[in-house]
Write a protein that binds this ligand. Sequence first.
Ligand code: NAP
Length: 293
Amino acid sequence: MLVTGGTGMIGQYLVRALRERGHTPRVLSRSSGDVQWDLEAGILSDGALDGVDAIVHLAGAGIADKRWTEARKKAIIDSRIRSTEVLEHALRAKRDHTVRSFISASAVGFYGSRGDEVLTEESTAGDDFLAKVAVAWEQAADRMQPLGLRVVKMRIGIVLAREGGALPEMAKTLPLGVAGALGGGKQWYPTVHVEDLAQQFVFALEHPELEGPYHAVGPEPIRQKDLMHTLLDATGRSAVVMPVPEFGLRLALGEMADAVMMSSRCSAEKLEAAGFAFRYPTVSAQLKALYRD
Ligand SMILES: NC(=O)c1ccc[n+]([C@@H]2O[C@H](COP(=O)([O-])OP(=O)(O)OC[C@H]3O[C@@H](n4cnc5c(N)ncnc54)[C@H](OP(=O)(O)O)[C@@H]3O)[C@@H](O)[C@H]2O)c1
């Protein structure tokens, strides 16, 4: 199987998890990895699809790496759509390809910010920037279907890991004795431990009956403010949880404040009903596992 973005944070956990299950993943990368692609030229290196039965597509320019200028927003969308199209064209061109499954990353940002509304995979899409990114990415992934591929869209939530993503940012001020309740902290965060997320992708790969969108999140979402209290408990630190006003976040982050203010009250019910079992089901278990050493 081929993993795009296999060099990234989630990708590295996924590649490790796949190897542990006896699979032989190959990483498709712009510059390192086992096989390469040139997205501007629209080409994969020779033999990149040989013997490949499944593609996991994680690659894309980092959502929160840089301020959302118009140029950055274009890069965030284009990198995901263009890369999916390059894969689609390569599959069309290789008539004897053996790829049967296409497992694409997407995000709970698909729904936009929805307050206390309980969201399922059937809920409608939002219309803010992140929603537009997810919708366009999923539509690009769906274009693999007419080629006879099974398409699964993993709507990833807030991935908890020590190496990157939201957690190190939220934990940054703890040594100063303060924790931020962002914009008041009432928004729902559907957290998932990065190892469980990697296993969710493995599950999607190994279960051919899965098709369509799935929440790649934990069993229970948590309000951001409560997440900070749970984090304090897991780290054994004491800090005051202080409200950070939304206008301050907007001054500091610009439109990217949407990403931290986003409320996505959703769970992994559909994936669990399909048989997925969590190693770290509660937010407390997720955080304690990450901070145990
Ligand atoms: N982490 C989260 O909380 C989270 C939440 C929701 C959704 N997701 C989605 O899940 C995917 C993986 O997340 P991650 O946290 O592992 O991301 P990451 O660490 O930033 O890795 C993404 C990978 O994509 C490739 N990439 C970067 N810029 C690119 C560009 N302009 N064009 C093509 N490829 C590019 C890179 O691989 P090469 O340099 O090897 O080419 C990189 O290793 C992303 O698409 C992300 O949007 C993540």
